[in-house]
Design a protein around this ligand. Structure first.
Ligand code: NAD
Length: 363
């Protein structure tokens, strides 16, 4: 099993080092190779996604990604900005299904912006279609309007579109994933207003006929936003398009307290995937040794589960993280009165120690 490690910028290398420590502690036969990406790759090779990095990502069975970006690259032309590396990887690897779990650990309910009883035990999964919708639809651009409310003035436009196979494949992913969880899928749309999302709803309903054991309901995106902050535990798997998923998954992230806790996965049709924390490169805290490495460590667990078929190893990491939180260790982003503040490295070491303790107890 070969893993491409792409640490990137800002806190990327710091949190990646901790995830690698955890993977090493598992005693699995994992081969890893590191390559530059983002601003680091631009500095070294003049491009945020160099050919050699893309080649490694294509060859590997899975990719573990840190984060990219820094304000200092904001003036570069768009194609050379660090964030383009993620879009490039998604496109070249056909990563169309984005998994964003929102899990609220019982030990962290106080860090959530909602009342503890609303989020305690929360475990939902948002599956966002990642390569279509208004973000990629053509045509798009700026022009002088020939009609509309103000003909003859400047306007901008984008195109929302989904093809049937694009909706079918993400619907299959959602139903198959729900089978491994609580067998409930909520498909989020805006069918009351948008033609694209009436089509989305029809196609999801058609695919559902192949999964009679999974419950399906449909919800408009405005209601979904409301329900996410009113009664988030009602959901199991939420499947939606690129733009709605972008917005809802960030809202769901905040239910859990800190973005520093949230892993994510982006998968292709063969379950090969890119795994990364949901947060960015956090330039404001880079180099201080205070970043929370748990989102990256939990991303490594997702990688073991979804791409490398090592569910037991994934379970071990997730329970080690629970154990560490239970022991009261907290990086500053999740710290609260009565817990012990630790840095990035100490948190990674504690997860490794928890893994090792478990092994000793079992044998
Ligand atoms: P960010 O997620 O990097 O940071 C937002 C806030 O959360 C900051 O205060 C930061 O300190 C904090 N934070 C983030 N991760 C943390 C962690 N692991 N531990 C503790 N605190 C953490 O978002 P931003 O500030 O909007 O963006 C910074 C840079 O990251 C930008 O260049 C942006 O384009 C890039 N970005 C990259 C990705 C990615 O690589 N996938 C995603 C989002 C943003």
């Amino acid at each position: 099993m070969k893993i491409a490690l792409l640490p990137g910028d800002g806190i990327g290398p710091e949190i990646m080092a901790e995830a690698v420590k955890v993977l090493d502690a598992l005693d699995l036969k994992l081969e890893t190779e590191t390559a530059p990406v983002g601003g680091a790759a631009y500095e070294a090779q003049g491009h945020p996604l160099p050919e050699s990095t893309l080649k490694l990502a294509k060859q590997a069975d899975a990719i573990l990604f840190g984060a990219v970006g820094d304000w200092k690259y904001d003036k570069l032309e768009r194609a050379l900005r660090p964030e383009q590396a993620i879009l490039g990887l998604r496109k070249h690897l056909g990563l169309f299904a984005n998994f964003r779990p929102a899990i609220c650990y019982p030990q962290l309910t106080a860090a959530s912006s909602l009342k503890p009883e609303l989020v305690a035990g929360l475990d939902i999964l948002i599956i966002r279609e990642l390569t279509g919708d208004i973000y990629f639809g053509q045509p798009r651009g700026r022009r002088v309007a020939v009609d509309g409310h103000f003909p003859g003035t400047e306007e901008a436009f984008d195109t929302m579109r989904y093809s049937k196979p694009e909706i079918e494949r993400i619907a299959h992913v959602a139903f198959q994933t729900a089978r491994k969880r609580n067998k409930r899928v909520t498909s989020v749309d805006k069918a009351n207003v948008l033609e694209t999302f009436q089509f989305w709803k029809d196609v999801v309903t058609e695919v559902h006929a192949q999964y009679p054991d999974v419950e399906l309901d449909h919800m408009y995106v405005d209601n979904a936003a409301m329900q996410l902050v009113k009664a988030p535990k009602k959901f199991d798997v939420v499947v939606t398009g690129n733009m709605f998923g972008d917005i809802l998954s960030d809202a769901a992230a905040m239910l859990t307290g800190s973005i520093g806790m949230l892993p994510s996965a982006s998968l292709d049709s063969n379950n090969k995937g890119l795994y990364e924390p949901s947060h960015g490169s956090a330039p404001d805290i880079a180099g201080q040794g205070t970043a929370n490495p748990l989102a990256t460590i939990l991303s490594a667990a997702m990688m073991l589960r979804y791409s490398l078929q090592q569910p037991q190893a994934a379970d071990r990491i997730e329970s080690a993280v629970q154990q560490v939180l239970g022991s009261g260790l907290r990086t500053p982003d999740i710290w609260s009165e009565g817990t012990r503040k630790v840095g990035t490295r100490e948190m990674g070491d504690a997860v490794v120690a928890a893994l090792t303790t478990k092994t000793i107890t079992k044998s």
